[in-house]
Ligand binder design. Structure first.
Ligand code: CU
Length: 172
């Protein structure tokens, strides 16, 4: 598992390579190349915040990128794991927890998950407001058992079966 915090710059560095006449960087063989993006969103008055999509299906090792597109708020991507503020374990046994730390507007965070299974995560300041998400890696059986989550958070999470079937599940 690799966590990396990056700051988006105008145009992006891949676009910069194109300007220099250089090809985009090669991808590692055997790993899905497409980056799965999850946007951190909020409405204008800050009364609603959410991950978009709330549920995604990825292959092991595929890059997942959270991008804060909410101009009015900082957000985090934080694994449900006892290491993160004594939260319940809701990622596969043996998988390492992650915490993006606070992302300001336009900042992003990359993560790759290699252990198949179901991963639940939350936004540190907005868990109680239901800002939670679920990632299914591979095609696992089952998922995290019922655990105590804030009511708003519990209602937000699609079932692993739904995520596998639809690959990407959005709110609304
Ligand atoms: Cu948040």
């Amino acid at each position: 598992m690799i966590g990396r915090r990056t700051v988006l710059r105008a145009g992006g560095w891949a676009a910069g390579l194109a300007l220099l006449g250089l090809p985009p960087p090669a991808q590692a063989e055997g790993v899905a190349e497409e980056v799965v993006e999850i946007r951190m969103r909020g409405n204008a008055d800050g009364s609603a915040v959410w991950f978009d999509p709330v549920g995604v299906l990825v292959e092991p090792g595929q890059t997942i990128r959270w991008i804060n597109v909410d101009p009015g708020n900082s957000h985090t991507s934080t694994a449900y794991h006892p290491a993160n503020g004594d939260h319940p374990l809701r990622i596969p046994e043996g998988a390492a927890p992650w915490d993006s730390d606070y992302l300001l507007p336009d900042q992003s965070f990359d993560l790759r998950l290699t252990v198949a299974g179901v991963y639940d995560y939350f936004c540190l300041p907005h868990e109680e407001a239901g800002m939670v998400g679920r990632i299914v890696v591979g095609h696992p059986q089952g998922g995290p058992s019922a655990a105590t989550l804030p009511e708003a958070a519990r209602q937000r999470l699609p079932s692993p079966e739904d995520i596998v079937r639809r690959k990407s599940v959005r709110i609304g």
